[in-house]
Design a protein around this ligand. Structure first.
Ligand SMILES: [Fe+2]
Ligand SMILES: [Fe+2]
Length: 444
């Protein structure tokens, strides 16, 4: 940034004397010899105007009034238009009061000096005028510097604003990236949980979709009970993984019903809730769900396992999962007709002993919602057919799970086929071909 000292003008002030009498001009010039002024002489107003055109550095004009062609006051008026900052002084005789008035009013004269003048006084006046001119110039110069500095400050300010904006945008973008990254992590995490939940079902064909159904039923019930988003998430994970502890149970035992087990088998079976909790305990985010997994076989009256908790001591999520678990197992073992009513009746019979009264009204509605759609369409006027993957159509209901050749469930029973899952099935059937067709329900 420029400073006031750096651009200070170095050139001496120029003075223009205008008079038609050469000897007057010479004596005026002589007067100024001792001072550091640069002096220019003109014999007429016209000549002086010519000089002004090419010389903007003139700080003081001293003009005689009485000159042929152009008078001093006329000349000063024109000079004022050309160089408004220049100081103007009129030299005049006693009688020229009108000329003086014109010179001051129209020509903006600073002073007038009467002829003949007093040398000392004139030198003094010239000195004052030059100082005045210098002050005006200096003032303008400083104002110019202030203006420039203000402009620069404004520019800096807007640049600063721009940088701040740029940085804000950058931070926002980073945030969005992080959010997306987080979303992906969450999605992967959920997918992993789904994958784990289907592991146990891969071994036990009877339980296909059990975890998924228990999760759906539990979530609907939890929503109906107005539980928080966080609680619902914990319940979802726990419901999907509630039987993950069964992975350690031998196949022979796993395939038996509870009431077919001998004492030792039952003891082994009763370990699965604690094993399930232990299996996921190393994942901090899943610990809350682990607690629900531990208690999904507790009974309301305190006779369940593993900790014989009762009533309000059993976590609410565990009590919801317990009813959902029982309902899904019961429904899948019943004939389609009246399966919902029968299973609900069985749940009702166990209220107060195995299950909590308070949850029943909420799970009742959820059970009807989750199972009615599938069961309705599996009514008596529908018949099961096996179709090739190329013959299936949109809107058809799957009557059995669709599995790949290696036994992975591609689509669960009850799914209504749409364009997208038909395309996916066709793709899978090429990668990992199944030896059966696709079982669907069609109208008789
Ligand atoms: Fe269980
Ligand atoms: Fe279960």
């Amino acid at each position: 940034m420029e400073t006031a000292n750096e651009i200070k003008s170095e050139t001496p002030v120029e003075i223009l004397f205008v008079d038609d009498e050469k000897n007057v001009l010479q004596s005026l010039k002589r007067l100024c010899i001792e001072d550091d002024y640069s002096v220019i002489l003109a014999n007429s107003g016209e000549e002086a105007l010519e000089i002004l055109k090419n010389n903007s550095n003139i700080g003081l004009i001293v003009s005689d009034q009485r000159m042929p062609a152009m008078t001093g006051s006329e000349f000063l008026e024109k000079a004022k238009e050309m160089l408004p900052d220049t100081i103007r002084i009129l030299l005049t005789g006693y009688a020229d009061i009108n000329a003086v008035a014109d010179a001051i009013n129209k020509g903006g004269a600073y002073r007038y000096i009467t002829k003949p003048w007093n040398d000392e006084e004139l030198i003094q006046i010239i000195g004052d005028a030059v100082r005045r001119y210098s002050l005006i110039k200096e003032n303008k110069r400083l104002q110019e510097i202030i203006r420039k500095q203000n402009e620069e400050l404004k520019r800096w300010n807007s640049q600063l604003e721009f940088f701040v904006q740029e940085q804000t945008i950058e931070i926002q973008n980073k945030n969005k990236e992080l959010e997306k990254f987080n979303e992906n992590l969450k999605k992967n995490f959920k997918n992993s949980i789904f994958a784990f939940s289907s592991l146990i079902e891969l071994r036990d064909k009877k339980t296909a979709n059990h975890s998924k159904n228990v999760a759906e039923l539990s979530v609907k019930t939890a929503r109906a009970m107005n539980l928080s988003g966080k609680e619902i998430e914990t319940i979802t994970v726990a419901a999907l993984l509630h039987d993950i502890g069964k992975i350690g149970i031998p196949d022979a035992l796993l395939l038996r019903e509870e009431d077919e087990m001998d004492k030792e088998a039952l003891r082994e079976y009763m370990r699965h809730p604690v094993r399930g909790q232990a299996a996921i305990d190393s994942i901090e985010d899943l610990r809350e769900s682990g607690i629900l997994i531990r208690h999904h076989h507790e009974w309301y009256n305190g006779t369940g396992f593993p900790d014989q908790l009762s009533g309000k001591k059993i976590p609410l999520g565990a009590k919801i999962i317990a009813i959902a678990d029982f309902t899904d197992k019961t429904i899948r073992n019943l004939d389609r007709d009246n399966a919902i009513e029968i299973s609900l009746k069985k749940v009702k019979d166990k209220l107060g002993t195995r299950f909590d009264y308070e949850i029943y009204p909420y799970i009742e509605a959820s059970v009807r919602e989750v199972y009615s759609k599938v069961l309705q369409q599996t009514g008596t006027n529908m018949v099961e057919m096996e179709l090739s993957v190329n013959d299936i159509k949109e809107g058809t209901l799957l009557s059995r799970d669709v599995k790949s050749g290696t036994g992975l469930i591609l689509l669960p029973k009850g799914t209504i086929l749409n364009w997208r899952n038909i395309q996916a099935l066709r793709r899978y059937y090429q990668l990992d071909p199944s030896n059966t067709g696709i079982f669907v329900l069609v109208k008789r």
